[in-house]
Design a binder for this molecule. Sequence first.
Ligand code: 87F
Length: 527
Amino acid sequence: MAGGKKKEVKKETGLGLSFKKEENFGEWYSEVVVNGEMIEYYDISGCYILRPWAMSIWEIMQVFFDAEIKKMKIKNCYFPLFVSSSVLEKEKDHIEGFAPEVAWVTKSGKSDLEIPIAIRPTSETVMYPYFSKWIRGHRDLPLKLNQWCNVVRWEFSNPTPFIRSREFLWQEGHTAFATKQEADEEVLQILELYRRIYEEFLAIPIIKGKKSEMEKFAGGLYTTSVEAFIPNTGRGIQGATSHCLGQNFAKMFEINFENEKGEKGMAWQNSWAYSTRTIGVMVMVHGDDKGLVLPPKVSSVQVIVVPVPFKDANTQGIFDACAATVDTLCGAGIRAEADYRENYSPGWKYSHWEMKGVPLRIEIGPKDLANNQVRAVRRDSAAKVDISCDSLAGKVKDMLDDIQKSMFDAATQKRDACIQVAKTWDEFKEALSQRKMILAPWCDEEEVEKDVKDRTRGEMGAAKSLCSPFDQPELPEGTTCFASGKPAKKVDLLGKELLDYQLLVRSSSIFKLFELLVLMYFSWSTH
Ligand code: 87F
């Protein structure tokens, strides 16, 4: 973290954030992922250590998604991290735009490798030669594989923990079918799982839709996505993608089969992924000036129990009540822990667990002990309630459900307030300047899409089509495109994208430079 002029919101506990979410979003984000103990910075730019607090969230989503895809008869596998250059470059079109991001191994020890080896940025070219080998007849189809792994994309701009890192974790699914219809169905089934991860687990509303021809994965037939929104930045962000690859890769890699009648067919393929970016979106949407705010469904600690001993009070009794509370809650399937550390004050512990975003805190002091009750404090709203020990588990379960729901509702309300319908270019520009996403009638032509980018390009990135939402309103006869005036074919969701959001790092480096100049000035003037 940058030192220097920080707005002190620190309490006597010594914890707290130096930056406010509303005032300096980029710095706030970097500070909150570090102080919340999710991320540690690493000495290679764009690479981050995922600490247990972040990894546990990833694992909870993984357990859900893994079970769901197994129900769909998708099998896990693991392919190597390395790709030979001949295979990687086999599908030239697909790799072309991405080539600068591919990292290569060129040495072992001091000697150069005869042929450099690439590190997978995605695994189409790694897997599909084997799809070709394994698929012979229609009985070999469908072939439905998934792998949980890391990938490397050597990005040069603006690394941001979880959101854009040079190495990240994801699942990548790769499937092959005999018919387009089966592939089409799976694309949407997977997209629905991605919606559930965002909405049911991370309490983040998303919009499902189809990418434009310009924004789709170039190697595929069509791309569907779930699109989230970060209100503080006014930016959309692609949450996850599910592609129908059509037969493009099958042609390239000769993934052919013979049907019952002995006729040759070419496989229809899909690929789909979600990554640790999900965690970054969650931090950005829900976090506040006290730190992380975790939705109960993904928090590895849902309830933190803090003993509040008082000078002459029955300290042992309080500690015993804490242990009993944890037992009761865990027995009811709630993830509860107590913080018994004696070298920290209760106040310090409150701030610490608030920073880490634990959804519910339970305090037990002498008065609670005497009254056979506990005090519960919600992380999302700071609301406090006393709960009788007799109805503890049920009440806590209800509260956690309510926190999950309130967080989703609050995020939805905020997101909805940032969606503006625009019918004309002027309305569109106006909404964009107010940091909104825009729903606008759209002619769906590539030239016009390019034109929108050109006409909105500024220092902070251009506006683009985010998706064409599946949920389409009726378009009245004669509706025209907001950008071209041509007949509108559909309504499109447009906006700026978080990945083009330079401010995240640039503001901080300008800030550091400014600090340095001030320091130099003062050290000069005092000499
Ligand atoms: C970066 C370097 C090389 C994205 C890249 O979305 C290649 C690529 O192919 C690349 N960045 N992509 C597109 C990935 C498409 C697709 N792969 C499987 C997915 C879902 C999972």
